[in-house]
Write a protein that binds this ligand. Structure first.
Ligand SMILES: [Zn+2]
Length: 279
């Protein structure tokens, strides 16, 4: 999900009554118009992020330099800082059956459209974050990949078990999984790994590393969309219908992109192309 909206939201600290700066939060809370599946997905995730435990903080849509990434940057949907672990969340808006095996590089949607293993992708994101943070030895990174309820998981059972550090979840259960994972970590660690101040400092570090420059951000998205650069494209993998999230073939994608006057550079499935042309 490549939102241009920069969320910059501090979670309220239970202990101190600080005035919190909330940018773009009020409009996110207003009723969503489900005209764009991406926006709706984002709305649902934001509801989830608002339900996180009080002593956690998060950043959304983080773009940081990463020399190991083909584009030179990594874009991370959500980073959740908690006293016991840092959760790195990748969101996917696909609809369909997700076939995947943790140990395989290629996954698929509906057994038809290949996608990169999202946990391998998120591993790269975690490495990028580690590169920016001065990392505490005991830091636990929990890799989470969130799909919409329009998906069915056919993946290793392991990825659904709270003991795992790689978790696949539905967007509607994101906060529940994070809370449950923290509870498990509380049992495993006698005390929190990070104090409130340390957590704030980690948050600040990523916040300052986050590239807000829209030119760089646009360029990054452009690079990911260039169809000939296979290795880069892999990071972003599949193209989906802007309206319903259905995965479309390269041919359908090219058709939409070639018809700018009709589809304005967006991608639609055949059904929604018809609606746009005739409706
Ligand atoms: Zn569609």
């Amino acid at each position: 999900m490549f939102s241009r909206v920069i969320n910059n939201i501090f979670k309220r600290e239970s202990t101190e009554k600080v005035s919190v700066e909330v940018k773009g939060k009020s409009e996110k809370k207003s009723k969503p118009t489900p005209s764009r599946i991406g926006e709706l997905g984002e709305y649902k995730i934001n509801i989830q992020l608002d339900r996180l435990p009080k002593n956690s903080k998060y950043l959304s849509d983080v773009l940081i330099e990463n020399s190991k990434a083909k584009s030179g940057y990594s874009q991370i949907d959500h980073v959740v800082f908690t006293p016991y672990a840092i959760f790195v969340v990748e969101t996917k808006n696909y609809s369909g059956i997700i076939y995947g095996d943790r140990s395989r590089t290629k996954w698929s949607v509906n057994g038809k459209f290949p996608m990169m293993n999202p946990f391998n992708q998120n591993y790269g994101h975690i490495q990028a974050i580690k590169g920016v943070l001065v990392i505490h030895d005991e830091t636990q990174f929990i890799s989470m990949v969130s799909f919409t309820k329009r998906c069915t998981f056919k993946v290793n059972d392991e990825l659904r078990k709270i003991q795992s550090n790689d978790l696949i979840v539905y967007d509607t259960e994101l906060s529940e999984y994070i809370t449950r994972k923290i509870n498990v970590l509380k049992l495993q660690n006698s005390k929190p790994i990070y104090s409130t101040n340390e957590l704030q400092s980690l948050y600040n570090t990523i916040e300052s590393a986050n590239i807000l420059d829209l030119h760089i951000r646009d360029k990054h998205v452009e690079l990911l969309n260039e169809k000939d650069k296979e290795t880069i494209k892999d990071e972003n993998s599949l193209s989906i219908c802007k309206t319903c999230g259905k995965v479309v073939s390269e041919k359908v994608k090219r058709y939409c992109l070639a018809n700018k006057s009709c589809f304005k550079g967006d991608i639609y499935c055949c059904d929604h192309q018809r609606l746009l042309k005739h409706g």
